[in-house]
Design a protein around this ligand. Sequence first.
Ligand code: CP
Ligand code: NVA
Length: 311
Amino acid sequence: MRVNLLTGRSIISVDDLTSEEFEGLLELALRVKRSIKAGLFSLEKEGKSVALLFQKPSTRTRLSLEVACNMLKMHPIALNWNELQLSRGEPLSDTARVFGKMVHCVAARVFSHDDLYTFRDYAKIPIINALSDKEHPLQALADFMTIKEKFGDFKKVKIAYVGDGNNVANSLILATAKVGAYISVATPLNLKPSPDIVARAKIEARKTGAKIEIDTNPQKAVESADVVYTDVWVSMGQEAEASSKIELLKGYQVNDQLFALAKPEAYFMHCLPAHRGQEVTESVIDGPRSIVFEQAENRLYTTIAVFYSVL
Ligand code: CP
Ligand code: NVA
């Protein structure tokens, strides 16, 4: 079959193409489809397209996903949720089905965790959670990569998580259970991590020997910890509750006094972005035992590992 080359041409109107060119494109598309269905089309990584869908802002996740795609010679397509037909009422299920026909994988940052399942069910391609209201698994991978670099053996590590029982906390708890470490979580009573996540983590912990403590006392959590971890008090999408959350979390700041209760060689961790003066003081996050930028750097390597594995 002769294929008409359209190199360098724009196709803004059907009228930009001659009849021969138009039909040539249809024939080519049918051949491509057949070869893919027959498993004869190249499936090397350089042929992969990955949609990066964002419903909320991002710096680290967006950057690491795009750079990971480039390093694997894949094609990243960064999309803002509000620019899609979704914002005009197209059902997520229809959107997902279209994504599933065109890209090989979707990494999505969404408000509703359930939207990721809808996406997975309809797109039928790998969906990577790039942060939802409930979890942040890519972050937890980088966190534990960083902890492994520092300590080697997870079984000997006590992590104290102090602050809001949010998405980052949920993933950290589950990841702790998976690797068999020890996590002591201190949050206000009304801001506890998700009960279903904690229940799941406790079941996993029975297999791995992990220890999961959920309490309200920050001093007790931090006592003799190897790692002290916190996150923002007001997550994306919670702006309306900001003042009530800040009020509840006042006693949960990671400052010099609280950090002093951890082991003398303990590290400070934070997924970033941070609010200095709120969940953590400058003296701690910019101090010598802060490893927040090593954590951030590890986002890239773990993301490459995820793409390499799922594709
Ligand atoms: N830690 C993290 O996910 O950062 P971003 O919100 O900048 O992606
Ligand atoms: N808990 C924060 C994490 C940001 C990376 C949020 O959801 O906004």
